[in-house]
Design a protein around this ligand. Structure first.
Ligand code: ADP
Length: 383
């Protein structure tokens, strides 16, 4: 059976619990979700093209064509020894039920360059990565309302996962892809290589349904994993609204208690040029997502219920500086990516988020921004 012919989001499948299903072997698991599984060579069913859609840990993600239907797909190879490959396939396949997650259509278990691997056939996302799209938007400036709609879609995917006690733990712009080449198309989350289920030991019996587990049953470490997703969303939202990140990882150096205190008090800036016309509601929401204290940070449900997200149509359509800033300094985006990657790595390793506020950063990008401001005769501003 293949995922092409099935609507994976039928009502009864929405109710299949990951915890219950994950006990099953992979073929049974995938079958229950309407996803094809085969040990044959992938080329029997798909024609591989030379079109590279992106680069992953195990090489390129390439476009493929389904021989029977002519439909396009994207092939990703997951080497079995890398990460927890079966769990990655299961979590991604399970999350495919959400409309804001890239769908898996077929899975092949096979050998690639003498190494056992899984080959994932996903729906093809020709719209590409979120920030590439924003960077390349030349004709129209994205507006605050566009940003709210983008964040609502990301939130929808994250809420689907958190409701089922799954943390993604790798929320970054490269893992957010557009289904088509226009802004109206759906934005979807992908790459479940770091995702994990955060149910408590003892509750992981097949009859326990984690969907209904209240957040209080999760211990601090478990809540931390989900809360990190909200933190990452806060960083993405900040970058979406201005084109540069709020603060920078400290490349592994520990930070002084005084610095930690400042960060806890939310000492990062909303520089006037980009932020003065942005609504207070948006800035307030960012502050609540970028609260360093996990216990005070909002959760995904509060995010989704906040007026900025719940009433997207009422968000002002103020044009943003995002595309201009990203285009003006081509290194800026790459640097933002590197900084997010290092912050995510730090968050996954331990509970201490090592971050610096803009004022104290020695980061090249920030130095350049400060320099530019000095040249323009304006002192860096704090809010
Ligand atoms: P890895 O887990 O190895 O990092 P990803 O799943 O993140 O691999 O994919 C790497 C890149 O390939 C993505 O950032 C994206 O640019 C591209 N890509 C992944 N999946 C698709 C898809 N379904 N359609 C189009 N491009 C994709």
């Amino acid at each position: 059976m293949s995922g092409w012919g099935m609507d994976q989001r039928s009502a009864n499948q929405q109710n299949i619990q990951f915890n219950h299903l994950s006990q099953k072997d992979l073929p049974t698991f995938l079958q229950a979700l309407g996803i094809g599984f085969s040990k044959n060579t992938v080329t029997e069913d798909y024609q591989l093209t030379r079109e590279k859609l992106g680069t992953g840990i195990n090489g390129s993600v390439v476009k493929v064509i389904h021989r029977q239907t002519g439909a396009e797909g994207a092939l990703k190879i997951i080497i079995k020894e890398s990460r927890n490959s079966e769990l990655e396939v299961k979590l991604h396949a399970y999350a495919s039920q959400c409309e804001n997650v890239v769908r898996i259509l077929d899975v092949y278990e096979n050998i690639y360059r003498q190494r056992p691997c899984y080959l994932l056939i996903m729906e093809c996302m020709p719209g590409g990565e979120l920030f590439d799209r924003i960077q390349n938007t030349t004709q129209t400036k994205i507006t605050e309302r566009d940003a709210a709609d983008i964040m609502r879609q990301i939130g929808n995917a994250v809420m689907f996962l958190h409701r089922r006690n799954i943390a993604h733990r790798d929320l970054k712009p490269e893992n957010l892809l557009y289904s088509e080449r226009n802004f109206q198309s759906l934005l979807k989350l992908t790459d479940f290589g770091f995702a994990k289920e955060v149910t408590q030991k003892g509750l992981e019996t097949p009859c326990f349904t984690p969907y209904y587990a209240a957040p209080e049953v999760l211990n601090e470490k478990q809540r931390y994993d989900m809360s990190c997703d909200v933190w990452s969303m806060g960083v993405i939202m900040y970058v979406l609204l201005c084109g540069y990140p709020p603060f920078y990882s400290d490349h592994g150096f520990s930070i002084s208690p005084g610095m930690k205190k400042r960060i806890r008090q939310g000492e990062y800036t909303f520089p006037d040029k980009e932020w003065k016309n942005i609504s207070l509601t948006a800035k307030d929401l960012i502050k609540r997502m970028l609260t360093v204290d996990v216990n005070k940070r909002i959760d995904i449900y509060e995010f989704m219920n906040s007026p900025w997200v719940a009433n997207v149509r009422e968000v002002p359509s103020t044009p943003l500086f995002t595309s201009a800033n990203m285009m003006e300094d081509p290194d800026c985006y790459r640097e933002t990516q590197r900084e997010m990657e290092s912050a995510l790595q730090t968050m996954r390793v331990d509970n201490k988020v090592k971050i610096r506020d803009v004022k104290h950063s020695k980061n090249r990008l920030i130095e350049r921004r400060k320099q530019k401001k000095m040249e323009a005769g304006a002192a860096p501003q704090q809010k």
